[in-house]
Design a protein around this ligand. Structure first.
Ligand code: SF4
Length: 445
């Protein structure tokens, strides 16, 4: 959280000695607040002041990193309560549970299912980020073997959940050096897990349903184990959301450091549809990691889609490059569809064509990433901008017809567009879902 010049000034020696190159301490403080000078430029600053300023300027929520065989996963360091206030920064990690009580063949099948949970939506690949290995076998060696197998077979960073500190240590050591799983001790394993996290510099998740008790614990431990996460355990969904909201508000609004840690929650032990709904609510408010026990693609894709939407930056419209696109293998008699360069509009059209195995050209007009109706209302999707895009694309050289299809929502511009561009303007369906039947039944080159 950025400090103001006056907040920084309070910690300076106030001698105005000019050794920093500025005429007064206040002038120096203002430069530091603006990010144009570092604290090191003041040789008179005491260690206490330096420590206080560093701590005060630290983010209100800790960034926690897990490391797997092929990369790391970072969560936390959020700065706002509501996405539209700025943006959410580090997307919620979606973890799939794997019990160590499964046989080797079942673990292998589970890992294959986890790896298959990859989807392509609005031009982006989305997939699960983590595997959560749970020690339900009450056998440390089995837990370690399962953790090693899941790590090797999925290449994902791991969450290790166990009621046994020794088993956690066996599993963490089985993963090899450089790999940093998140330790989630349950029941009586906390003390040994703290020692393990301290010794191997691993992130640690503290489970406590009582936020006050949890605050005391994080205050006590955070000096030695800085990478902490918090977990409400098994609470009803509304209580989990209340817990996460209170913790987030305390950290961000009250700058209450003991709750400035990302949270891990469970959406497990129920039918996959309910789990997907519950997990999606947790993604919105305010889970750092959500653990699922389903590998049903239709359930997991719902959670990943929610996450993708929540974590897009509202300050930057999601857009594709404004240009002419081929969908399928269009010939010179196939349709030319006009839309905007808002990703969701473009990919809605493109995915309907692909699903129906139809070939067409799509002209994405530059509307600065806004949707058809928004762009039309803002006068960015009008006869002039569409004509300019048509001319720039040189698409007339690829076609034996002279027809364009515009979205039904902007039928009102069809006549003026025809006058402006000289093409025959056809009014297509209002929704992208109507495009396949429109092409099959109404398109005549
Ligand atoms: S060097 Fe430090 S004490 Fe001296 S004027 Fe600059 S900020 Fe003030």
């Amino acid at each position: 959280m950025a400090l103001t010049g006056l907040e920084i000034f309070k910690h300076l020696p106030k001698t105005n000695c000019k050794e920093c190159g500025f005429p007064t301490c206040l002038a120096f403080a203002m430069k530091v607040a603006a990010g144009q000078e570092g604290l090191d430029s003041c040789p008179k600053m005491t260690d206490e002041a330096r420590l206080a300023l560093s701590a005060a300027s630290a983010p209100p929520q800790r960034l926690v990193k897990l490391v797997g065989p092929q990369g790391e996963f970072a969560v936390g360091q959020e700065t706002v309560m509501f996405r539209h206030d700025e943006t959410f920064h580090n997307p919620t990690g979606v973890a799939i549970l794997v019990s160590d009580a499964l046989s080797n063949a079942e673990i292998q099948a589970r890992c294959q299912a986890i790896k298959a949970l990859r989807f392509h939506r609005v031009g982006t690949d989305i997939s699960v980020d983590l595997a959560a290995v749970q020690n339900t076998s009450a056998n440390g060696a089995k837990f370690a073997a399962a953790a090693k197998a899941v790590s090797e077979q999925t290449s994902l960073p791991l969450v290790l959940i166990s009621p046994d500190g020794t088993a956690l240590k066996q599993a963490a050591e089985a993963l090899g050096s450089g790999i940093k799983p998140l330790l989630v001790p349950t029941d009586g394993a906390l003390d040994s897990a703290v020692e393990l996290a301290k010794e191997k510099k691993l992130p640690l998740c503290l489970t406590n349903v009582d936020l006050e008790a949890l605050s005391s614990l994080t205050e006590k431990l955070s000096a030695n184990v800085p990478d902490l996460m918090i977990c409400p355990g098994n609470l009803p969904s509304p209580k989990v959301i209340e817990y996460l909201s209170v913790a987030r508000r305390a950290a961000l609004k009250k700058k209450y450091r003991p709750l400035g840690f990302p949270a891990l929650v469970y959406a497990t032990g129920q039918d996959p549809a309910k789990a997907a709904i519950q997990a999606s609510a947790y993604v919105a408010k305010y889970a750092g990691i959500v653990v699922l026990d389903t590998v049903e693609p239709w359930a997991v894709v719902a959670v990943l889609t929610t996450r993708q939407n929540i974590y897009t930056d509202p300050r930057k419209p999601v857009q594709v490059e404004p240009k002419l696109y081929d969908s399928g293998q269009p010939g010179d008699k196939d349709p030319l569809l006009i839309t905007t360069n808002f990703s969701l509009s473009f990919y809605s059209v493109e995915s309907e064509l692909t699903a129906a195995r139809l070939s067409a050209r799509i002209l994405a007009v530059d509307t600065e990433g806004t949707s058809v109706l928004t762009a039309w209302a803002a006068d960015k999707f009008n006869p002039e901008t569409i004509t300019k895009a048509l001319n720039n694309s040189q698409v007339q050289n690829l076609l034996k017809h002279h027809k364009v299809v515009i979205p039904g929502h902007v039928a009102v511009i069809s006549a003026s567009l025809a006058d402006e561009c000289g093409w025959e303007v056809l009014v297509g369906p209002k929704e992208a879902s109507g495009i396949p039947s429109y092409i099959k039944n109404d398109w005549k080159p």
